[in-house]
Design a protein around this ligand. Structure first.
Ligand SMILES: C[S@@+](CC[C@H](N)C(=O)[O-])C[C@H]1O[C@@H](n2cnc3c(N)ncnc32)[C@H](O)[C@@H]1O
Ligand SMILES: [Zn+2]
Length: 275
């Protein structure tokens, strides 16, 4: 975690400011150990080995969420599973060199300010946003509830010498101030996030007016065989949305979609938070 994110951090329980007691820092200023104290409700949250933890004991609820707690998933998700499944679902080769510029164009991190990658897994979008930000003044935070994912994401960011703040928290209870983020991304995670409305409510809350919300979502298959396969994933906690339901949910939370691009059942949307 880096100092840039400290002013935006809030207690996820009572939304009050947090007082950091910083211990060890790395040579580049990364905060390795700290305690984030809430003056209001007396809760405190540790920063351990650079990752701020707002969750304590793991609480994944669905099988899909439990799988993301496995170190093997953290190792293989971005390396193997993600490119394979995205190519399959988009019905054409869809490598990162095509996807990441699309994300950067939709989010436009060169606008500066704070950006949040929600349910980041290995931190793919967080790294892409940090790179795309270039010399603009800003910072990217990346959040997930699975510690093995965050550890792997942190290693990748450090290896690439990118300053990214990693946070373990729930997408339904973001530990950030209202109107603190210029943009937020969520890549493939709305399909397994749990309470969709609460996640969108929180994403909308933390965005500044005119802030951008960019999502990559898997929508309902067009063939009956495809829909049958998708239904088999549902008991595991993976949900596929019809585009109409998805767009209505975004609009309900002040995130009307202003641009979208589809590749097979994979849909990229850019919402601008209503003023
Ligand atoms: C499909 S993967 C995300 C992929 C990643 N965004 C990318 O584009 O490479 C789903 C991630 O969401 C996380 N996750 C699922 N439900 C969550 C929740 N309610 N809060 C925070 N993270 C969640 C899982 O731990 C997992 O890492
Ligand atoms: Zn508090």
């Amino acid at each position: 975690m880096y100092s840039e994110i400290l002013p935006a951090l809030r207690c996820p329980s009572c939304h009050s400011h947090l007082q950091p007691e910083v211990g060890q820092r790395a040579a580049d200023g990364e905060i390795l150990d700290a305690i984030l104290d809430c003056g209001q409700c007396d809760r405190s949250y540790p920063v351990r080995e650079g990752i701020a933890d707002f969750l304590g004991t793991p609480q994944p609820t669905t099988p899909a969420q439990r799988v993301n707690e496995w170190p093997l998933t953290a190792w293989g998700y971005e390396r193997v599973w993600r490119p394979f499944s995205l190519t399959l679902l988009s019905q054409s080769p869809f490598p990162y060199r095509l996807e990441l510029p699309l994300i950067a164009r939709l989010v436009q991190p060169t606008r500066g300010g704070l950006f949040l990658d929600i349910a980041c897994s290995n931190g793919l979008y967080a790294r892409a946003l940090t790179r795309a930000m270039g010399a603009a003044s800003g910072h990217v935070a990346a959040l997930d509830h699975a510690l093995p994912m965050l550890r792997d994401a942190q290693q990748r960011a450090r290896a690439a010498r990118l300053r990214i703040s990693f946070v373990r928290a729930s997408a339904q209870s973001l530990p950030f101030a209202s109107a603190s983020m210029s943009g937020a991304t969520i890549g493939g995670s709305l399909n397994e996030i749990g309470d969709l409305d609460q996640c969108l409510r929180e994403a909308s809350r933390v965005l500044v007016p005119n802030g951008r919300f960019v999502a990559m979502v898997l929508t309902t298959a067009r063939t009956s065989v495809g829909r049958l396969i998708q239904r088999a994933f549902e008991p595991g906690g993976v949900v596929f949305f019809s585009l109409d339901i998805l767009l209505a949910a975004f609009a309900r939370h002040g995130l009307p979609v202003v641009e979208r691009e589809s590749r097979g059942i994979v849909v990229f949307t850019q919402s601008t938070k209503a003023l």
